[in-house]
Design a protein around this ligand. Sequence first.
Ligand code: G6P
Length: 613
Amino acid sequence: MCGIVGYLGSRQAAPILLDGLSKLEYRGYDSAGVCVMSGGILRVAKAKGRLAVLNGLIDGGKAIEGTFGIGHTRWATHGAPSDVNSHPHMADAGKIAVVHNGIIENYMRLKQQLLKKGKHFQSETDTEVVANLIEYYYDKLKDFPRAVRRAVGQLEGSFALGILCQDLPGTMIAVKKESPLIFGYGDGENFIASDVPALLKHTRKIVHLLDGDIAIITKDSVQFYDAFFDRVERKIEYVDWDISAAEKCGFDHFMLKEIHEQPTAVKGTISPRIRDGRVVLDDIKISRDYLAGLKKIYIVACGSSYYVGCLGKYLLEKTCRIPVEPVLASEFRYSAPVMGEDTLVLVISQSGETADTKAAMMEAKRHHARTLAIVNVVGSAIALEADDVIYTWAGPEIAVATTKAFSTQLSVIYLITLYFAELLGTIEPAEYQSIVSEMTKLDQKISLCLTRENVAKIRYYAEQYFTARDAFFIGRNLDCGVCREGSLKLKEIAYIHSEAYAAGELKHGPISLIEDGTLVVAVCTVDALFDKAMSNLVEVQSRGAEVLGITTENREAEFKVKVPSVITVPETHPMLQPSLTIIPLQLFSYYVALLRNCDIDMPRNLAKSVTVE
Ligand code: G6P
């Protein structure tokens, strides 16, 4: 969601802020703005729409001169997307400017009090309340840091803030509570940002601010204070990302690039954890005794990460014989889940910042359940709070619609399944060996799904079906889990109404929606259920549906007898098949979205990292 960038140095700030914001576009936004100290006053330029609009407004930054400032991309929460609701927000008397990511839950109460004290408001946002509250205390205390501290003490909710004070040129204050914020060290210049890509051009030396932190920053210095306003040191980290990780590298979209990065990402996640034919999870401290006493595993996540959890249920239950329940994180806290020390809560999140997932995890901790997180972003909030973490080494994922993070999360589920099953003795050694052996080949088989020939075939089918108004994705067992993710991709990036159903469930209602020309994507790879799945498919075909089938190469001939439009994937161990089946579905959505002229990397209304509940 919202992106923050801040700069203090000797270079012109506005172009640096605009460039930094362009690297945060992936987070999702609907308006953008900058504030630069220019000729002794805080000057703000902001506009609804894409960054290009703001760029045009200030001539790529040249129209506002000044060497320090703050910038923001806004994803609307309080108040519709509009010029006036965009950040930065100025306080009433123009002394304080604020950019904010998060939500101030008590902003209405604070606004009422500030109105009574004579403050005026222009926007409907919670952020303008923060600016005015700081200005109110600044007028009383005549001390910028103390004013920020007093104001922050009254704020409830989540917030990352970048704050400037007109009377104190050359100083910026950054505050973090729950929403992510990093500080970047430069040479005679310093930065803040919501995420690493905004800083990569300038520095790799960073600090992840912790909850409650206040940083007082000049171009040559930074001082960190904790929630008690005691001076603290914060751990410096060095980002080792290749800059190409945040560039498109010749691909038309980040999504396409990330689809093609999947073999490398999956290999990078799996291979360090397989040694001498065994799964080794040094990352976690879970013992056989603990597992043997486990009554239940909850898998808690949102969006695609939740669908990984749905696949995880099949795999873990079947292989480890422990009851597993995937629950949407936004529902988990409010459904009074039965849990305690004998419950493991597996939390899955690419960003490690998703507010619902984090809140669900904290609820699990309150009930003394053990938490194991599968996270992509190192040092993110969920990674820091969980009892154990397994990182997916997918590298930065920029496209809003996840692909390589999904695949690496799934890879970690395989690793956990095998690791637990071996400890519990619920898997035959030969079966274990055969899965491990196939896992080491998974990256090569994903590459086979991505050959030029296969991509061309998927593109051909995208051309046949891109005008569809509705789509159904049907499959059984693991195929059903893959369908959920495939259907979500089509909704997210191609804006086609799409539903995923367990193929056997279709006849209990949704089949009434099938009419001439309805697109049905049918995934049939589970051997034991192949005939049943084919029957379901024929049921919809005979009611006029246009069926596009996905199956394994060895089933192609049999499949084609009934359904002529077929995309095939190589075979692997049945447990690992979803890693291959999902690839054509990702590509199909990508090409359908391309043909529909959709904004693939930044779909409307969506955010990459959803930091509000
Ligand atoms: C957003 C993204 C999805 C993602 C979900 C969960 O909705 O658009 O692609 O699956 O959040 O994100 P997380 O970072 O927790 O995996």
